[in-house]
Design a binder for this molecule. Sequence first.
Ligand code: AMP
Ligand code: MG
Length: 352
Amino acid sequence: MHTMKKRIALWALACSLLMAGCAAEIPDRGSTPPAADGAAGEAQSIELFAMDTVMSLTAYGSHAQAGLSAAQQEIERLDALFSISSPTGDVLPLNQNHTGVVSADTKTLLTRALDLAASTGGAFDCTIAPIMEAWGFTTGEYRVPPADELRALLPLVDHRQVQLAGDTVTLPDGAALDLGGIAKGFTSSRVMEVFAEQGVESGIISLGGNVQTLGCKPDGSRWRVGIQDPHDTEELFAIVEVADEAVITSGGYQRYFEQDGVRYHHIIDPHTGEPAQSGLCSVTIVSRDGTLADGLSTALFVMGLERATDYWRAHVEGFDMVLMDEAGDVYITPGLDGRLTLQNGGAATVLG
Ligand code: AMP
Ligand code: MG
């Protein structure tokens, strides 16, 4: 399983270069590194492993190197803060002690996570940690928990019981936070801010396949971002053109284990404690707000086509989406009409 995760992560990295649609502009890692002060339009890239995945960052222009260094530091800082297993962060001590003072970033992220939980009727719930652990997703020791074990754990999954007073978070006994469904989007949004602070005007990053873009490509055209095909993860099923937006995908194919011929994936329906079976196999959110895009990709995967569409109708300003159902049919919101191409030459159904 570890190997498979690694393979997927590496694929995501390779794909992100492809996805950027600017692979030709990215220097070959085997070649001479670009000069520290690259000319405007010249790409500089780094890779790192953080948040349990491979990340690739590309920035353009004369401030690229400064932007990349600052971004790497910020990613490593946030990784430690939000990680469910880092003793120096906010989440692990809180989960162990059930109460604790958290940093401003954790407070912001937790507030966003709780808001999203409320607005999705609990389809997104950052108190999912005890269930993730029961399935072995936290440790890598995968198992199918007995039904009575899940039943006993389910009352612990309830975002409404998380108390946030000032900077102090308190959880009920036995409850625990897992920000894994939203932390990468928060981080990619932050990297865009860090790039801008450092004078970078054009860049693209992939945090394990979750892409966010700053500005346009240096030639003024939009970034072309690929969406992985759930049925053949070596392939893309669609390309979407974006500028200044995040493109974040959730899919059961991204992390799973198999037992007795059944596949169990890592996106859990908080109401059942089981891997969500909503009829969707891939949910991509396109939004200027990376935190929203990440949280929503997880939530709408749980909610399924109809509820996801209702949610979008109620929040139409905030995001666009690409949904693929198990039959392989693709649905998009009108904001993507004309900037999404299906690789099979077919047409997506435009939701209204
Ligand atoms: P993503 O890849 O963004 O869809 O996030 C999946 C991760 O989010 C899982 O590995 C868990 O850490 C966490 N997670 C799983 N199910 C949920 C859920 N229903 N609500 C919030 N977080 C979840
Ligand atoms: Mg997510």
